[in-house]
Ligand binder design. Sequence first.
Ligand code: NDP
Ligand code: GDR
Length: 372
Amino acid sequence: MSQKTALITGVTGQDGAYLSEFLLKKGYLVHGIKRRSSLFNTDRIDHLYQDPHVDDRNFFLHYGDLTDSTNLLRIIQEVQPDEIYNLGAMSHVKVSFEMPEYTANTDGLGALRILESVRALGLEKKTRIYQASTSELYGKVQEVPQTEETPFYPRSPYAVAKMYAYWATVNYREAYDMFACNGILFNHESPIRGETFVTRKITRATSRIALGLQEKMYLGNLDAKRDWGHAKDYVKMMWMILQADEAEDWVIATGTTTTVRDFVRMAFQHIGVNLEFKGEGVDEKGIVIASDNPDYALEVGKEVVAVDEKYFRPTEVDLLIGDASKAYRKLGWEPKYQLKDLVDDMMQSDLKLMKKDSYLRDGGYTTLNYFE
Ligand code: NDP
Ligand code: GDR
């Protein structure tokens, strides 16, 4: 079988990084689109980087942006991909309320630009397209658990933009017989999750509190429930979706849901600390009630979690829990990670990373001001 070529938008993101490594291991030629930025933005894929001056490369990066049609068209023409994974997005739900137009342009029209480029280049029969759709489409609870048939009710500019992309994907499949699929993925996390998503914010802050680098963490809605899986399991499913016999839309989820509050408890349990939550609404606090790990001893009675309403969203998604039985049945979906494994993986990694910060602090290598 000849070597396949994949093009990944959002290659510098959490999923882009895991998917690149996964596809390279499968023997693909992998091309990724990265944005120009004033600082290096390739931390997550630096281990895959190959010197452009050597032969036999299988990983290539192109500058580009989902808001730039001609750039996308040119890259797709050059690369002639067998598979495109459209993972690029302004992916933060809360931020989308502050940047609704940019979010619509990138997350909504960006998907259209990819689909239309493939069609304009006459690649409809060659190129298979994966669209990164999301459980945020379900928004306000209509039914639980959520399946491929559950109606959508988006609750943020992000979800509204992703809904446009979802239907554009379905429409191009039906109108032009393209192999274009939506993966409706529920939240998936990892040690390389962006630091402002709630799970990573919690594991990072818990580690910093344990090491005495920070006093407490401030969070928003502790009652929100999410179906959290591990990104490593989920990128494999993106690939399987494009290897299926037919182009379809798929829910990928673990089928269990947990509150933000319980995720915090689990992160502290990892370091041998038990928390109790007291109070209600903005007055709710997470207090240490027992601490039995001498490495990370925290004083009993210490307040380590507080609520700050600035993290509340104008419209919230209260409860997500997915039913991935179609993917279990037809694709053989079998996640390796349970929630506890995910929390342990993230905590181990963040404890290591934050220890670096404490060594720097103890060594006196703190940031200086430019004019001092
Ligand atoms: P990240 O936020 O980690 O990564 C997003 C990627 O998109 C980054 O590489 C980012 O570049 C890039 N990007 C942002 N804006 C643009 C733009 N205008 N043009 C081109 N690239 C852009 O997201 P994840 O890896 O977590 O998610 C991948 C995709 O899956 C996203 O589309 C997300 O909406 C969707 N999704 C994610 C879920 C999750 O739980 N993780 C669940 C369901 C869907 P840079 O690094 O320069 O910022
Ligand atoms: P989400 O992820 O909005 O589900 O979108 P996020 O981790 O941002 O929020 C999950 C839930 O936690 C609540 N929350 C907080 N969230 C953040 N970020 N910061 C806080 O301090 C905080 N406190 C409580 C939120 O209100 C929310 O209910 C993610 C993204 O990856 C999307 O791109 C993706 O489509 C969906 O998951 C599925």
